[in-house]
Design a protein around this ligand. Structure first.
Ligand SMILES: [Fe+2]
Length: 205
């Protein structure tokens, strides 16, 4: 069985406006999503093998797996697309893509920020459809509600309070979003864009 783990090589440090302490605490939650995913997969396997695969309990545990496993995945993408000091001009294909759809990079960014300001907890994800070339900003409620199956995640922004509460007040989500944008690893976003346009899966680790 595949065992998942937090991808330490992508752990951000020295971000501007998002403290290392904030990242450390958030990272612990990410490790928890990996651990819970592994535990639930084992539990489901044991239940299937015990003849309980059709039970209500199994169905509920499977629902729980969606929360934990999507939690792991959105954080894989989130932490990997954060790095201090990467200039946006490296993201040429991404910039061209969003400008074509939204009219300008700035118009796309305004929509992405508005997506992140959606009331409730979740992630703003810029998704690209490799089949049609369409690109949209989607609000993912909790970790698991609102994903686009088969689309490529180009940029993942966590807007749960746990992503910023050590550095900002709950009412200051917009300040955190501004700092998130300041710390986007545009090289990663550009690579994901190129992979998606080539209909290739991007490396998560
Ligand atoms: Fe998070």
């Amino acid at each position: 069985m595949v065992i998942y783990e937090a991808q330490a090589q992508f752990k951000p440090q020295g971000l501007v406006g998002i403290s290392d302490k904030q990242i450390d605490e958030h990272w612990k939650l990410y490790e928890g999503y990996c651990k819970q995913s592994n535990m639930l997969k084992s539990e489901l396997k044991a239940m299937r093998e015990g003849g309980e695969g059709g039970s209500l309990l199994y169905a509920d545990r499977r629902r729980r797996l969606a929360f934990e496993m999507c939690g792991m995945l959105v954080h894989d993408y989130y932490f990997a697309n954060l790095k201090a000091g990467v200039a946006r001009d490296v993201a040429k294909e991404f910039t061209a893509l969003v400008a074509e759809k939204y009219g300008s990079f700035e118009a796309w960014l305004a929509d992405f920020k508005a997506c992140g300001a959606t009331r409730g907890v979740g992630h703003a994800i810029c998704y690209f459809d490799p089949m049609t070339g369409d690109i949209n900003n989607h609000f993912i409620e909790l970790h698991n509600d609102g994903h686009m199956p088969g689309f490529a995640c180009l940029l993942s922004m966590d807007v749960w309070e746990h992503a910023f509460l050590l550095d900002y007040l709950p009412s200051e989500r917009a300040k955190y979003i501004d700092m998130f944008i300041e710390n986007v690893n545009w090289e990663v976003v550009e690579q994901r864009t190129q992979d998606a346009k080539a209909k290739k899966a991007s490396l998560r680790f």
